[in-house]
Design a protein around this ligand. Structure first.
Ligand code: PLP
Length: 426
């Protein structure tokens, strides 16, 4: 019987196999046919501690029997309060910078980004109501960025086949060239010029652009970009949806650059990847611009499940795991494990541009049919699937983003499959 399920980012006409997963633990997915897969990308970059972490599973089960869901407009619950307090404590800090002290919950990375954009425009709008300047609205973005698939998030992402159908719905943005090695000054000069025109905000994925091709740039460039924005009073928004929760080696990527953004979006690993939740954090000036006795200025954003109590309980447990377990130690071991094995790929004639930041590794397969619409990525997916590995290359870019609990034997198997792919496709 054919399934009625319509899968995301899936071309059903290709009739690719759709594995049926029945159970998971750690870095392993168990399939209905009795076989298993190593999850090389943490199931779309979310299951940081591995699947079905017993503490998170228990927290969810407990909360589901206590308080499941509560309208969050004007009501609150302890799991949300605990997560908000914990998040604020964990945010990047720097001398002389206002802290990210206010937490707005939502339920996906895309909505966390939408909320960030709405906060930025809301800030300038409300200041204009006070006679403090123009209501700014233009958003600056970095070339090749990806921020999600809702309309606003697509508007600020790279334009391509994946959003072409919705072009009439997307708003215009100012695009700053990506800081490729040796061309960082070009980026900074373009940002300087664009900021002088008083846009509302500049949004970036800090240190690595994910879906845009796993493109890494150095902390000093992130810092310089944030400094330019501060000098021009342009709001600096960090989208840490992918980079957060230890992915780049530090809890948040901004830490490596000493940057405290005005607004920050987090999601994915916030619950250890067990259940959807996201948050957008803002500095006091953003919050205060919305706080008054005037109902016209309140922050008009909500969804039914804002700060769902079960999701918040999972996130609170994730924060406890970060506080009580040696997550940073596991990240250090995985980072080194990837570095040690990456050398083999770097010497392989089929690959170019080996790169790594923390627990994220990427390499480009030198292939004639490397375009986004070529059949290379589906063929690579099938190749890895046959070898017991869940990977989802971006065009000819093969990347890893494993759960931190992946063991050395599994990592060996992953790299053996990558070498085999080089031999086969190169
Ligand atoms: N921002 C970044 C940097 C992302 O990588 C993603 C997803 O991959 C998103 C936003 C969107 O998150 P979600 O898929 O949870 O909506």
């Amino acid at each position: 019987m054919t399934s009625p399920v319509w899968h995301p980012f899936t071309q059903h006409g290709l009739n690719e196999p759709i594995p049926h997963v029945v159970r998971a633990e750690g870095a392993t997915l168990h399939l209905a046919d009795g076989s298993s897969l190593i999850d090389g990308i943490s199931s779309w970059w979310v299951t940081t501690h591995g699947h079905c972490h017993p503490r998170i599973a228990a927290a969810i089960a407990h909360q589901a029997g206590q308080l499941d869901q509560l309208i969050f407009a004007g009501y609150t619950h302890e799991p949300a309060e605990a997560v908000a307090r914990g998040l604020v404590d964990l945010m990047p800090q720097a001398p002389g910078r206002d802290p990210l002290a206010h937490v707005f919950f939502s339920d996906s990375g895309s909505t966390a980004v939408e909320v960030a954009l709405k906060m930025a425009l809301g800030y300038w709008h409300n200041r204009a109501l006070d006679g403090l300047g123009e209501a700014r609205s233009r958003i600056l973005v970095l070339e090749h960025s990806y921020h999600g698939d809702t309309i606003g998030a697509m508007s600020i992402g790279e334009r391509g086949v994946y959003n072409a159908a919705w072009t009439p719905l997307l708003f215009d943005v100012g695009t700053i060239p990506f800081p490729h090695p040796g061309r960082e000054q070009e980026t900074l000069a373009a940002l300087e010029v664009a900021c002088a025109e008083q846009p509302a905000a500049f949004i970036v994925e800090p240190l690595i652009l994910g879906a845009g091709g796993m493109l890494i740039y150095p902390p000093h460039v992130l810092r310089a970009m944030a400094d330019i924005c501060a000098r021009h009073d342009v709001l600096f928004i960090a989208d840490e949806v992918m980079t957060g929760w230890g992915r780049t080696g530090t809890l948040f990527a901004c830490e490596q650059a000493g940057v405290v953004p005005d607004i920050m979006a987090v999601a994915k690993g916030i619950t250890g990847g067990a259940i959807p939740l996201a948050a957008t954090l803002a500095t006091p000036r953003i919050f205060e611009a919305h706080r008054s006795t005037d109902r016209a200025r309140l922050f008009y954003h909500s969804s039914s499940y804002t700060a769902n109590a079960i999701a918040c309980a999972a996130a609170a447990e994730n924060l406890a795991i970060w506080a009580e377990e040696d997550v940073r130690g596991r990240i250090a071991v995985l980072t080194q494990g990837i570095t040690d094995r990456l050398a083999v790929l770097a010497d392989h004639a089929a690959f170019a541009n080996p790169r790594q930041i923390g627990t994220i590794m990427a390499i480009d397969l030198i292939a004639a049919d490397a375009g986004y619409l070529s059949d290379l990525a589906p063929r690579l997916r099938a190749f890895f699937l046959e070898r017991g590995l869940l990977l989802r290359p971006l065009g000819n870019t093969i990347y890893l983003m494993p759960p931190y609990c992946i063991d050395a034997q599994q990592l060996d198997a992953v790299f053996a499959a990558l070498v085999a792919a080089g031999d086969y496709f190169g």
